[in-house]
Design a protein around this ligand. Sequence first.
Ligand SMILES: [Zn+2]
Length: 423
Amino acid sequence: MTARKFVIFALLLVSIGLRSEGYAQSQSGSVAFVRATVLDPSSEGTIDNATVVVRHGEIVSVEIGGKAPDDAHIMDLDGRFLVPGLIDAHVHISNLSDARRALLSGVTTARSMGGSFFTDLGLRELFAHGAFTGPELLAAGYHVRPRPAEGLFLDEPGLADLLETDIRGPTMLRRVARAMLDRNVDFIKVNATERAGLPETDPRKPFFTEIELAALVDEAGSYGVPVAAHAHGDVGGRAAVMAGVKSIEHGTYLREETLRLMLEQHTYLVPTIAVVSDLTLPGGDYDNPVLQVRGKHMLTRIRETAALAHSLGVPIVAATDTGYGPESVLRMSHELIELVDIGLSELDAIRAATTVAAELLGVAGRIGRINPGFEADLLVLERSPLNDIGSYQDVLVVMSDGQVVVDRLEFRASEIMKEERVP
Ligand SMILES: [Zn+2]
């Protein structure tokens, strides 16, 4: 980078930093939530009248009726519910404002399931270095599919000989995977079947054989990276499960025997039900009559499949599959409502977006719980999500790595009363 370019880059970081400046921090950087009702998804029930102290981005203590440190900024929850930040396990975030939109809705961690120009890797680094307050991102780079996105060949001209051909066979798949693994992706995302969200595609159509997918899993595994397979149809989905992928994304038409295999191999299902509901409606991320017709039969099937998977014991993970763009009408709360509708308990739905999602992402040791040593990714809700999962639609506080990015507790009756009392 030239000196001039570096100055511009540094100025850019400073201006981004200023925009994302947090507030509600004491001088020591400690925050204490007092009179909180704590919901730690790894246990049953809640802890009443808890004091939760956060310092340097970490939860340092959770105590019943505990005392807040003198130097802490106090957030008095008056019995409101403190829950872990949400993990959205399937997003397509591609810029800072979309990332911010996700964060404001309560998503403090997200797994990017592919986009263009390795944007998700850039966003991951900006957020990790504190240049901008966004959700912690795990990034997959590009989708691996028989015809990869044009951008892959612009980013990786070394693959130029594959531009005009179908990616077929273990050798080609390994080459494409290596191009991304060498960029340090956190996950490989493969399309085991066609997409559902384009009018000219058939989501039942399989893309790769079990042998091809096994080569991909093996190549990624040699870098310690797991594979997530997009799959609607059963043939492609089953091949992916047999090949040893870590998760199936969507899984609309999976048959019971494939689900039983997933149970045996501990393959996660990320059903993304709410996004299929978006297919059926005008507006949102999809707005097309063919998709509205298709979405109506897919929605019935994906709900049935996810319900069966859950009843068999397959681990279920919540995700939106949205990019959180200005047109997006999808939030994690909608997927949580869908999961409760198909038969998960409220606690199991919350786990699908916290502890179970953290296992899938490989971050269960530091994200997804309210426990000392865990990252201070926290939300405040008005009502108990164990009684009303819809309470995630109205998040009052968002804390990300100890930084308060939303504080709507400020709208207090007492403030208005004080003004009224002025003679
Ligand atoms: Zn997707």
